[in-house]
Write a protein that binds this ligand. Structure first.
Ligand code: GLA
Length: 371
């Protein structure tokens, strides 16, 4: 299949790409105005777009082998998106956000092909939104910058795909690359691009456990954080830096807030480590960075309660494997993938050993990045 076969032999006018992301530290901090540290992964989503001549928008996903046809004002009868064709709501959301800003977005045909794994916590939805907005920007020559692309993508996801997400994924997809980490203050959107820790590589392994409950659990955690901030009299949990302040909160708010406060502090510590890393001390820097990742996992498991047994097993195996500096779950949790910082050149060896042990527990892990 390709654009021409799906869309009556017409050729696309433009093509755009956007990567998925993996977050190294700073989980569940972005909707608390906090700090995050993602990097782009090599897997990308590609969209091709060309004008449509029947007054309708047509979206086709090669990976889902699914087509959705949409009128100017919404989904046509008969093509209401099912859970599977959720993909169409991300694209439709992007179009709507732009239209509400006053841009004229004439109907188009859009063809998607993606290598970003879906449902692993690697932001396949942000990659689709950002690629779509990049393609539309090019097709209609819109004067929008990369930060606005991330912001519009987030609005599309919140208002049309109904996920109350923060802005990390869209900023990472729009601004990060695979060689650097994007240190982002999600309140001010101030950011710094930093090299990945010297001497280390990133290994991403999927647990094979789908992210059930991710939507409801995510929105519930978000509401708990907002309640905790309100009780503490701050705008957002980002404004609490001294962790002892959360001790007066009732459970589970105390635990949730403790995760957010300590996680923000871990990101700031990691930045310090990377910025002061030098030739002579680089192994100890990697170990310190890894310890922060391990502590992040424990906090996500015990305080934020977004891990699942399979992720805990996989992370435990990773943490005990020589050559691994640190490991944790990545993304929203409730299933999905793990991220580990490992010695450069050891990726394949480590992945093979870890997967062998993990699969003995009756799971099917999958190496997604590294090796
Ligand atoms: C999802 C959301 C992000 C962020 C992470 C958790 O990926 O889309 O905004 O909240 O979960 O860190």
């Amino acid at each position: 299949m390709n654009f021409q076969t799906i869309f009556n032999n017409k050729s696309p006018e433009v093509e755009a790409l956007a990567p998925g992301r993996v977050n190294l530290l700073g989980e569940h901090t972005d909707y608390n105005d906090g700090f995050v540290l993602p990097t782009a992964i090599p897997q990308k989503t590609a969209v091709q777009i060309g004008f449509s001549d029947d007054g309708l928008y047509h979206f086709y996903s090669e990976d889902l082998n699914e087509r959705v046809d949409i009128g100017e004002d919404g989904f046509r009868t008969g093509s209401m998106p099912t859970l599977q064709s959720q993909f169409a709501s991300y694209i439709f959301g992007c179009i709507q956000v732009l239209k509400q800003l006053g841009y004229t977005i004439l109907p188009f045909n859009l063809y998607i092909k993606s290598s970003v794994p879906m449902g692993s916590g690697l932001s396949s939805s942000a990659a689709l939104e950002v690629a779509t907005l990049r393609g539309i920007r090019q097709l209609f020559n819109l004067p929008i910058n990369d930060v606005e692309i991330a912001q519009f993508a987030q609005q599309a996801e919140i208002n049309y795909a109904h996920v109350q997400c923060g802005i990390m994924d869209q900023m990472a997809s729009s601004l990060a690359d695979t060689k650097h980490m994007l240190f982002l203050d999600t309140r001010t959107l101030e950011r710094r691009v930093l090299p990945l820790p010297r001497g280390a590589s990133i290994l991403v392994i999927d647990s094979g456990v789908p992210r059930t409950l991710a939507g409801s659990g995510y929105n519930q955690r978000r509401a708990e954080c907002e309640e905790a901030a309100q009780i503490l009299g701050v705008k957002a949990l980002r404004d609490v830096t001294d962790v002892s302040r959360v001790e007066t909160l009732p459970e589970p708010l105390r635990k949730r807030a403790r995760h957010v406060v300590t996680e923000n502090n871990r990101v700031l510590e990691a930045i310090q480590i990377v910025e002061t890393q030098d030739e002579t001390r680089h192994v100890s820097s990697l170990q310190k960075f890894g310890e922060l990742m391990n502590a992040s996992h424990a906090s996500l498991r015990d305080d934020y309660e977004v891990s699942v047994p399979a992720l805990d097993i996989l992370v435990d195996i990773l943490q005990k494997t020589p050559g691994v500096f640190g490991a944790r779950l990545t993304g929203a949790g409730f299933g999905g993938a793990t991220v580990a910082l490992v010695a450069q050149g050891e990726e394949s060896n480590i992945a093979t050993k870890v997967l062998e042990k993990y699969n003995n527990y009756g799971h099917t892990g999958n190496l997604l990045v590294g090796g």
